[in-house]
Write a protein of this length. Sequence first.
Length: 422
Amino acid sequence: MTSQPAAHGESLATGQRSLGDPDVRYPLWPPLTEGCPATSTDSVAYPVEVDYAYDKLPDDFFTTATTTATATATATPRPRGHERWAPLLPPLHAPGLAEGGTPLLPLADGVWIKDESRNPTWSHKDRLNRVTVSAAVGAGAAGVVVASSGNHGASAAAYAARAGLRCAVVTSAEVPPAVDAFLRAYGAAVLPVPIEQRWSLLRRIAERTGYHPVSNLTPAAHTGHGFGPEGYKTLAYEIFTELGTVPRAVYVPTGYGEMLFGTWKGFAELVRLGYADRVPRMYACEPAAGGPLAASVRAGALTQVPVGPTAAYAISCPVGGHRGVVALRESGGSALLVTDEEMTAARAELARNGIWAELSAAAGLAGLRQLSEDVRERAGEGPVVCVSTSSGFKDQDLLSAGPSATVDPEDWDAVERRLRQA
């Protein structure tokens, strides 16, 4: 499981580095799945990130043709999926599903929606799992194991199937119908257990089977897979190449903060490489029923919080991680707490614009609308982007209302009432 894989020709990844102390470095293999062993303590678990030979990146990497659709006869077309960005990602040992390349859709007042529901399994998690399943292949694992009641499990199952690996998903009895259908379609072993027992079973499966863990193993504070957030950097690359500039701010639905960090890091790399002169202000948009990152920012230390009732199950977390703190600190951003009512209103706004989002996915737009007056006043200073993470099919309450009642086509009054209701 920890054997050195064959080098991947395109990746410029050189090793892993601690976010607790950037001078602490590790080889690229094996991927660290429990954070930095040298700097972490009983109370603070520091993740690692992947470092690259940035000086070897071609000078025209972000200025050559970006898609086959826009390539000219004299330009080299870029492939779809993570292959497009392979030099700035860990080695892609597993085949892809054309992840990424999702549309950036305009609303009003310079607001753009990055619609991640267009990914292969209808969520942003495909960006992460292409990378983590590739790590499992590179490490020689027979399978992957993930703890998830939603998007992460569905995505891991798809990429494991694509790579010919087994997949075990430790989930809960409340798994949404669409997610359960994904898992079974891909042939994953589905293991519903009480939420508080998910992490211990995940660890036991990894230790006894050699399956590669592609979700978090550290319950006190989130570290997650060392390679995973690298996949989210592609969000920043796509936003930058499509807008032609760095947005003023990016609003991100936030649970553990991996996507928040990865998106920030992608923009930070653009600055490092000389393509941009700044990073956008990053806003973490968490459910008001919990909000561990907001609590950590207030306390100045990683903090666990009790989680109250919320329908935003996909981002409802009692603990956060150091990655989110880094993204907010380095970008000058902040953590916003959004209520279920605010997310419901944001989801309705997205629907009016033709985007059907999961409630959790609307947290970014809900956070923006908390600051809407400021956004309108500063609209001339540049665009803002809200990430919408997944499809409305993933909501737990999808089937609760049932189908619409049949209407008698001869009863015009009934038809009119239905039209007015809409």
